[in-house]
Design a protein around this ligand. Structure first.
Ligand SMILES: [Zn+2]
Ligand SMILES: [Zn+2]
Length: 247
């Protein structure tokens, strides 16, 4: 089915909630489960790694960065995260990516836009860069999940009176296939990713506010490798955004 048609239908046909399995008015989660699980009020998070601050630290305004990010700053200015990677979001993301339900991207893209913090981060960017998949992974999956989100947001902001970012899939590239990161430890992940990302030659990134988009941050090693390649190519303003991060 065409992805746009699938998205259109999934907003309109009754569907079964992924969390409580009740039939509802359309959408992957029913309104009651959305209210229960969606992140509101929004958790304050470390601007370096996106980890939430412990509840005991708020409502005091927590410091912008955790100790680990102060000791070893990541190659980006700000890390924006919507939710912790857990129930029911982990199921939903797995269904989207691994069981090939690309229509779920439209729901996720809308949910993230409804967060004022994330909508602002998106609008303040000049260019959205979906984290690329290797050509082999792209063939296996059939779509790049991060590119689906950035396409949706670029379309959204194209109609916005104040404008917004463009999405580019031809700047940050991943020409070679790497072993899956899932089973590797931290140092093996970094070795595995060495040289994985390149930037299109001749790209002038210096003045652009770049926002690199991924679905899930696990250790952050992949985003680090991508952002280090962007820095080496002259990028000065890099932030990252993910739907979820492993707590
Ligand atoms: Zn439900
Ligand atoms: Zn941190």
């Amino acid at each position: 089915m065409l992805p746009n048609l699938a998205a259109w239908l999934s907003h309109r046909l009754p569907s079964q909630c992924l969390a409580c399995h009740r039939w509802g008015p359309g959408g992957p989660l029913c309104p009651a489960c959305m209210q229960r699980f969606a992140p509101a009020p929004e958790l304050p998070r470390c601007s370096g790694c996106g980890q939430p601050w412990p509840a005991s630290l708020w409502p005091e305004p927590p410091p912008p960065r955790c100790g680990a990010c102060l000791r070893q700053p990541p190659p980006w200015q700000h890390c924006h995260v919507w939710v912790d990677y857990g129930y029911p979001w982990a199921d939903l993301i797995a269904r989207w990516k691994l069981q090939q339900h690309p229509a779920l991207a439209a729901h996720l893209a809308r949910w993230l836009l409804s967060s004022p913090r994330l909508a602002q981060a998106l609008q303040q960017a000049d260019v959205l860069l979906p984290l690329p998949l290797s050509p082999q992974r792209l063939r296996e999956r059939g779509f790049n999940q991060a590119a689906q989100l950035t396409q949706h947001w670029a379309r959204h902001f194209a109609q916005h009176p104040q404008g917004g970012p463009h999405a580019r899939t031809d700047l940050l590239l991943r020409p070679q296939h790497q072993r899956t990161q899932r089973t590797l430890g931290r140092s093996a992940r970094l070795r595995n990713l060495h040289g994985a990302f390149t930037v299109r030659s001749g790209a002038d990134l210096a003045g652009l506010r770049l926002l690199v988009v991924d679905d899930v941050i696990t250790t952050g090693a992949t985003l680090r490798a991508a952002c280090t390649a962007l820095q080496a190519a002259g990028a000065q303003h890099i932030s990252v955004l993910a739907v979820a991060r492993t707590p």
